[in-house]
Write a protein that binds this ligand. Structure first.
Ligand code: DGL
Length: 255
């Protein structure tokens, strides 16, 4: 492995761009290879076994491209497959994203924390472990969020439909929440719609920045940080629609 090799960033679709932008902010000199599996999204409604197979297939493909580190920028894929991935590739640096529950509990001890995530993430043991470890003193409300991934994948995250969807899903809880954990990498792109419903008093937290910092730490420990000024970016998507590539860049450049 070489410092010039790619950091591969993988998601079920365009959502992992919310992690890619944090990675690029923190480590602009790195070369990135972003792969979104939009042809198979949403992962969150599949069986754990299906998500695991898709994730392993994506990892195999990415590791053939000169990759020094794989970032699984998908909470669903991390929940279903991170252990299998790590045992299949014990020599590789693999970083997975997790819902920002620790951060939420640290900032709101004894608070009421909503966690929005996909069905797979909500039912897998990884979340139960996080809750047990960090959020015992908090009141945690699980919020399955049907339709949100599809809304982002279709490029409508900032639309009146997005606000209507968030109204239907979040309004009943809005007045009780101290913090809302966005436990799927697609959700940060819905922040405007979420804010429109929950207001400014609820802190929105996601795992993008923490994942970028962890990636930097792992690469530093392995002496694999790239010290060039400006890195490169390759974007690939399993969907044949050009819209997915265009959407990836437009989400990446969004302020
Ligand atoms: N972006 C993924 C996550 O972080 C899931 C989206 C999907 O259901 O495909 O959980």
């Amino acid at each position: 492995m070489d410092k010039q090799d790619y950091i591969a960033v993988f998601d079920s679709g365009v959502g992992g761009v919310s992690v890619l932008r944090e990675l690029r902010r923190l480590m602009p000199g790195e070369n990135y290879y972003y792969f979104g599996d939009s042809a198979n999204a949403p992962y969150g409604l599949k069986t754990t076994e299906q998500v695991r197979e898709l994730t392993l297939a994506a990892a195999e493909k990415l590791f053939s491209k000169g990759v020094k580190c794989l970032v699984v920028a998908c909470n669903t894929a991390t929940a279903a497959a991170i252990e299998t991935l790590r045992s299949a590739y014990p020599q590789r640096i693999i970083v997975g994203i997790e819902p920002a529950l620790k951060l939420a509990a640290d900032r709101h001890p004894h608070g009421t924390i909503g966690i929005m995530a996909t069905d797979v993430t909500l039912r897998e043991k990884k979340l139960a472990q996080l809750l047990e470890r960090y959020s015992q003193d908090c009141n945690v409300i699980r919020l399955p969020s049907p339709g949100v991934v599809e809304m982002v994948e279709s490029g409508k995250a900032d639309s009146p439909e997005a606000i209507a969807l968030m109204q239907a899903e979040l309004e009943p809880y809005a007045s009780t929440l101290d913090a809302l954990v966005l436990g799927c990498t697609h959700y940060p792109f819905m922040k405007n719609a979420i804010r429109a419903v929950v207001g400014d008093g609820v802190e929105l937290l996601d795992g993008g920045e923490g994942t970028a910092k962890e990636t930097q730490r792992r690469l530093k420990d392995a002496d694999l940080l790239n010290d060039q000024q400006i890195g490169t970016l390759v974007v690939e998507n399993s969907s044949e629609q050009q819209q997915k590539i265009d959407l990836t860049y437009s989400l990446l450049n969004q302020k």
